[in-house]
Design a protein around this ligand. Structure first.
Ligand SMILES: Cc1ncc(COP(=O)(O)O)c(C=O)c1O
Length: 415
């Protein structure tokens, strides 16, 4: 497999860290997954038919009609900050406008925090199986990764975090996805939330809390995020991408006030300005009072999609497969029985059955952990009939690949 560096040499001289960027077979497969006719469970996309298009249309025209500065370079839009303060109360977080920093989505929020906290080659603590977007953003720092495992039912192994800190390790920060974990879909148990926050403040190690999915909940209210328990050591990252629309590129972070200034300098260097127009549109949408109904609608529809996928997996997947029903987020994490290789299954699933997913191995932060037999399936993007059809196709692909593997096992070598 060639690296990016090898592909563009000698014309352009790239920074050394780009050596870590590989053109992966997975990316090529996923590009194939966007072909027409393919049912894709691969990406964490929201349901497009649930975007509140009409309400956005009203919000856009009210913003454009009322103030041409909406299209100008502008400071962050303060009314949106106070609306976010109100929104955070729904998650049990009490913060002030002065602690809210507006970003272009959760990804930028994490990017700014990482640039603020991490030295090149510095240490950070995170789970072995984790959101690749986060792995990508820390790659340029060539960090020393302190990895801990994740329990599929209760989340990050906080005892391992404690052991690392007790042994004298002092990472620049801990990265945690509290609810709707990507890719494992687990929500951190309350006991673990409390312990993790206590560890952060005892050892003086901040937590970057990625709550991109925290406003999606399918079985009643979720436990409060880590930020509800500590305002000094938890740097909270939120986003409108999963609850309104990712194309808006509006998110926020909640940090101690003293970090606002350095963060605004880093943000200015990265994209000069906040997304003025989007921020004002989101603010107008929130001011019109649409969000609570929209959230109820999303919860109801995504719960239905989760149930549909669960029922289809029960009906069609081989005995011995395991998965949890997530309380939040947009993925099911499925472990298959036997010696099936999810990478091989993906090729067969796309080429023969026109259905796509992401093999579990794609989320590994270390080469030690295999996860060959696990799949991440998204349930938010496809409508229920497509989910049933997609799972049926996938089960057929599993049966084919299993038969194929059995044939090989039974072949007798000719002497
Ligand atoms: C765990 C997690 N964090 C952050 C993001 C990025 O969100 P945003 O679109 O707000 O940048 C995603 C996107 O899928 C995600 O899964």
């Amino acid at each position: 497999m060639t690296t990016l560096l090898e592909e563009v040499r000698p014309e352009v001289v790239l920074a050394n860290w780009t050596n870590a960027i590989k053109r992966s077979a997975l990316q090529e497969m996923l590009a194939a997954a966007s072909r027409p006719g393919v049912i894709s469970f691969a990406l964490g996309l929201p349901a497009p038919e649930l975007f509140p298009v009409n309400e956005f249309e009203q919000a856009v025209s009210s913003v454009l009609g009322s103030d041409p500065r909406a299209l100008q370079y502008q400071p962050p839009f303060t009314p949106l900050k106070s609306q976010i303060v109100e929104l955070m109360r729904r998650r049990g977080v009490y913060c002030r406008e002065e602690q809210v920093f507006l970003t272009a989505g959760a990804q930028q929020g994490m990017n700014l925090l990482v640039r603020l906290l991490l030295e090149p080659g510095g240490q950070l603590l995170m789970e072995e199986m984790i959101y690749p977007g986060f792995q990508q953003l820390v790659e340029p720092f060539a960090p020393d990764l302190l990895l801990v495992s994740t329990d599929p039912e209760t989340g990050m192994n906080v005892d391992e975090v404690e052991a690392l800190l007790k042994s004298g390790r002092r990472p620049s920060f801990i990265y945690a996805i509290t609810d709707g974990h990507n890719p494992l879909s687990v929500s951190l148990s309350r006991r673990k939330r409390e312990k993790l926050v206590a560890l952060a403040s005892t050892y003086g190690v901040p937590i970057i809390e990625d709550d991109a999915y925290g406003f999606l909940s399918y079985d009643g209210p979720l436990d409060p995020p880590l930020r509800a328990m500590d305002e000094d050591w938890v740097f909270y990252v939120g986003s409108f991408s999963k609850i309104l629309a990712p194309a808006l590129r509006v998110g926020w972070i909640i940090v101690p006030e003293k970090l606002m200034r350095p963060l605004s300098v880093i943000k200015e260097a990265s994209d000069i300005d906040t997304a003025t127009f989007s921020q004002r549109t989101v603010s107008a949408y929130l001011a019109a009072g649409h969000l609570p109904n929209h959230l109820s609608r999303l919860h109801k529809e995504y719960r239905l999609r989760r149930e549909t996928m669960h029922a289809a997996l029960l009906e069609h997947f081989p005995a011995g497969s395991h998965w949890q029903k997530p309380k939040s987020g947009v993925f099911m994490w499925v472990e298959l029985p036997g010696g099936l290789d999810a990478g091989e299954l993906l090729q067969h699933a796309i080429n023969k059955e026109q259905v796509a997913f992401v093999p579990g191995g794609a989320f590994r932060a270390s080469t030690h952990w295999s996860q060959r037999q696990s799949l991440r399936l998204n349930f938010s993007h496809c409508a229920p009939p497509q989910i049933e059809e997609g799972v049926t196709r996938l089960a057929r692909a599993i049966a084919d690949v299993t038969d194929h593997a059995k044939c090989y096992d039974q072949m007798v070598p000719i002497n």
